[in-house]
Each structure stands twice: as C-alpha cells, then as structure tokens.
Design a protein around this ligand. Structure first.
Ligand SMILES: [Zn+2]
Length: 386
C-alpha cells in the first residue's frame, strides 16, 4: 500500500453531495485529496479510470454473525474468514456480533475479536447480542443461555473484550437492565435496545439511561400498537438511530423509507449468518438448526427468522432501487451513520481527506464492481453475484 493512487472519472459520493466527474487521490492507506473536474497532476501516482461508475465509502456493518460459510463464533480463523467474505461485498469496517452463549464462550469469542481489532483490519470491535435479552422476543437466540442483566457478569465481558466492546443489545424491561446500559455507555459501548418486550415507557427509560440505537427495528421486539407503541414507537419517536435489515424479508421497503425520513436515523445492517453467499441449505446458529430456503434463514424448531443471508452491497442497492432512497442517503445509512455511532467517523465512513481509503466502486445499476480497503484493492470483490 505504498505510493499514490489517483482514481478518476467517478461519481464520487460525499456527505456534501455527489461530485460528477470526481477524483480521489490516495496516499498509502489514506485519502489525500478529493475533487471534481481536472484532477491534480501526479506523474508518479498510479491512475485508475473508474469510467463513470459510482464511488462510495466502504460500508460499515454493525451487525454480522458470519458469511461465506463461516460462523464467526466457531473459531478465530472462521471469524476472520467471515469478515473477509463481507469485505468482498464492500464491508470494509465491521462489528462482529456474538449471539447469546454461556459466559465463558462469550469471553473466549470477545478475545478473538480483540485480537482481530489489534491486527488493524476491518474489525472495529464486538457487538454482544445477548445474553441479557427477553425470553418472549428471543427470536433465534438460544433461550437456554439467556440471563438476567448482571453488572458483575457484564464487567467480565467488558474485561474480556480488552477495550473493543462497541455495542451491546439489551432488553430494557429486564430487572437491572438500566444499570447495565449505564455501565455499557461508561465502557465506551453503544447500548442498543433489542430482543425486547418492553413497553413504550420502559424503552423511553432505556433511552434516558443512555441507549442510542435500536437493534434491527421491528424484528425481535414488541410491535407498534397505537395504544402501546412499544420499543419501536419509542425509538422512532426519539429519532434514535435504528438498524434495519433491508432484505425485503425482515421489514417492508416502506419501513426502510420511513426510518430514513429523519437524517442520520437509518442504519443499514445485514445481521448475516454463515449461510450468506452460500445458497440454500442447513446451518447451525448458537447451537440451533437453521434452514435456509430461497435466501430466508429460519429456525427449524419454530420458523422464526434467524438472521439473514444479506450483504451490504445488496442492502444498499435495495435501499435505492426498491425503497426509493437517493444514493447519498443510502450511502450515509451504510457508512457515515454507523461510523458516527461507533465514534470513528473521523477515521472512516466517508470520502474525505484524512480518512481511511475504504472505497466501493458500483456500476450504474449499483452492482458492486471493486473494493478498496485501507488503500488496497481486494481480489475477487464484486465478482460474486448477490
Ligand atoms: Zn443478530
């Protein structure tokens, strides 16, 4: 990743708007300059003509369990391989989501995440999806390992993560949940409301206690009722950023569009499991059998949706082509907004001078063509149909 690269002839998506006939100068792993029209004269830079295609910041996915046949909780190697699979679909920064499991297993997995963060690759940190979740709304989380929120146990998990716990999903109605939400915020983590049967009032209390995100809005939570708006009503009413699994299965396209009405509210995530990119078949998630048919992943025992087979390039393309968002709006939901949520918007998540050279090249139909991660082109990226 030494030397300069000059990317020219692109429709560059920045937070200030689209630069037609735009160019981006990259120095090593960082963006050195951005503009439109005549590019700077840099004889020593490698020139890459992007032939009128879209250039977006690489995607930031806050919710990933696996992909490409790899379950991130199976081993540290599988975790790294799942992250590589998603990078080939444009996700240049990711949290690794850990499903509800016994505490010692979670501690071990948090250690793998911390090792990957230390390597300086795409892994930003861990997302704990449990174990402090509602039995009534556990979805595909293994109910055998759900626990009541406990500050001492949470501290064990924070310690195991060695400063890399970035998000924890909690059901706020459980006794002790508000204390753990406070502890999470103090530990530098997002506290997210999810897998919850909370009332509107209980969810509002969680927001007052510091919760700043709704985990896959509408999925794994009490639905909106006009006399009891529940956690979804509280999250939307407070303009809380909301994760949306935009695969056309988990929510209606109109929901994606509705959440996007307030700038900075929509957060596109995949919630992908190992079956992403693998076609139909049977896989395991947190010790439970999951059947994948026609791209839908469901628990064999209950038929409950069990994560997705989505990738971020598809989530973004659907946001534009099916849900009616503009490309800059969809790009913000896929990159800038999640980067802000993890407090790293000054490091990645936009095409700006000084930020990491994490870029996705998309054709006129928004199909992913190429991926640049930390200034390096990723082999095979965009070649898998999705
Ligand atoms: Zn999940």
């Amino acid at each position: 990743m030494s030397g300069e690269q000059l990317l020219i002839g692109a429709r560059v998506v920045t937070e200030a708007g689209v630069l037609e006939d735009g160019w981006v100068l990259i120095d090593g792993a960082r963006i050195a300059a951005v503009g439109s029209g005549a590019p700077p004269i840099r004889p020593s830079a490698e020139r890459v003509d992007l032939a009128g295609n879209w250039l977006l910041p690489g995607f930031v996915d806050l919710h990933v369990h696996g992909g490409g046949g790899y379950d991130a909780t199976a081993s540290s190697e599988a975790m790294a391989a799942a992250v590589r699979f998603h990078r080939s679909h444009g996700t240049t920064r990711t949290l690794v989501s850990l499903v509800t499991a016994p505490l010692d297993a979670l501690e071990r997995q948090l250690g793998w995440v911390a090792d990957l963060v230390a390597e300086g690759g795409p892994v930003v940190g861990a997302h704990l999806e449990g174990p402090f979740l509602s039995h009534a709304r556990c979805g595909a989380q293994n109910p055998a390992h759900l626990r009541a929120p406990d500050r001492t146990e949470f501290k064990r998990l924070v310690t195991a993560a060695r400063g890399t716990l970035r998000s924890v999903t909690i059901a706020p109605e459980l006794p002790g949940a508000l204390d753990v939400i406070g502890d999470a915020v103090e530990a530098g983590s997002i506290a997210a409301i999810g897998h919850t049967d909370a009332t509107y009032a209980e969810a509002r209390d969680a927001i007052d206690a510091g919760a700043t995100l709704a985990t896959h809005l509408f999925n794994g939570m009490r639905p909106i009722h006009h006399r009891e708006p529940g956690p979804a009503g509280a999250a939307l009413g407070a303009d809380l950023p909301c994760e949306v699994i935009n695969d056309g299965i988990h929510v209606h396209p109109a929901i994606t569009s509705l959440v996007n009405r307030t700038p900075g509210r929509l957060v596109l995530v995949t919630d992908a499991i190992d079956a992403a990119g693998m076609g139909d078949g049977d896989v395991e998630l947190g010790g439970q059998l999951v059947r994948v048919r026609d791209g839908q992943a469901r628990l064999a025992r209950s038929g409950s949706l069990a994560g997705s087979t989505l990738t971020m390039d598809t989530a973004l393309r659907r946001a534009v082509q099916v849900c009616g968002l503009s490309v800059p709006e969809a790009s913000a939901a896929a990159s800038g907004t999640p980067a802000r949520l993890v407090g790293q918007r000054d490091a990645f998540g936009a095409i700006e001078v000084g930020l990491a050279a994490d870029l996705a090249v998309l054709d006129a139909d928004l199909a992913l063509i190429r991926v640049l991660s930390g200034g390096q082109w990723i082999d095979g990226a965009g070649l898998t149909p999705s």
